[in-house]
Design a protein around this ligand. Structure first.
Ligand code: DGL
Length: 261
């Protein structure tokens, strides 16, 4: 029997563990190699040029790990650097924007779709274009929410501070009566209960991590066999890593290596 080649999952830091978690839930026997560029996170406030450079460096590192595919968990990289990665890597590259947009179009009834993400993701308009390519009549409203990444990493996803920040960011999305909200950042699935509470049952939450995991599972088919533990490569190992990572993964993170490339 030939061993299944791993897939690489690339992120700017720990947030991409939400994507890894969703893929693992569907494909437990598929070997996964995760790279988090924790030394240079956050990407979400950086220029597209810098994000592209970081992304290609990370993609090359994963390629050396013999991956058969690279999944770009980071929304910011998916929004501004997917072309650069596709050009640089001789394996399929899947980002989170197209699957997220597809899921949003499937979810909306009124065509009024909100998108939240990092500053660089929102400035790129990548989600808006991907949605309009599928549904030209869609009315999209996109808002950057820069405070949500540090709040999620702090574990402040359901307290007064998180509630105030979200209420502020969502103000005009609510006024515009969106019926679908795209969570266009790796960290935002952690706010789902609070978002559901603030927006009410009339607004569907689209989790790009889940949508991407479905696309990966459809493309690859589930390998049979025993579940395998992922390997985690990080460019920096801050002392809070295990605690923060466990929050995103929903369990302990083992097989962690610090790397330089
Ligand atoms: N991973 C990033 C994203 O999904 C969020 C963290 C960052 O800014 O690097 O856009």
């Amino acid at each position: 029997m030939t061993a299944t080649a791993p897939i690489g999952i690339f992120d700017s830091g720990v947030g991409g563990l939400t994507v890894l978690r969703a893929i693992r839930a569907r494909l437990p026997a598929l070997p996964l190699v995760y790279l988090g560029d924790t030394a240079r996170v956050p990407y979400g406030s950086r220029s597209p040029e810098t994000v592209r450079r970081y992304a290609v460096e990370g993609g090359r590192f994963l390629l050396e790990r013999q991956v058969q595919m690279v999944v770009v968990a980071c929304n910011t990289v998916s929004a501004v650097a997917l072309d650069a990665l596709c050009d640089a890597l001789p394996v399929p590259v899947i980002g989170v924007v197209e699957p997220g947009a597809e899921a949003a179009v499937a979810a909306t009834r009124s065509g009024r779709i909100g998108i939240i993400g990092t500053e660089t993701t929102i400035a790129s308009r990548a989600y808006e274009e991907a949605i309009r390519n599928r549904l030209p009549t869609a009315r999209t409203l996109a808002r950057p929410c820069p405070l949500l990444v540090p709040l999620a990493e702090q574990g402040w996803t359901d307290n007064d501070v998180a509630r105030a920040a979200l209420a502020h960011y969502l103000e005009d999305l609510r006024r515009e009566e969106i019926d679908t909200l795209v969570l266009g950042c790796t960290h935002y699935p952690l706010f789902k209960p609070l978002l559901a509470d603030l927006l009410g049952p009339g607004v569907r939450l689209v989790d790009s991590a889940e949508a991407t995991a479905t696309v990966v599972a459809t493309r690859l088919g589930a390998p049979t066999g025993e579940p395998v533990e992922p390997t985690f490569y990080l460019t920096d190992l801050p002392h809070t890593f295990s605690e923060v990572a466990a929050r995103f993964l929903g369990g302990p993170v083992r097989h962690v290596f610090q790397v330089r490339y």
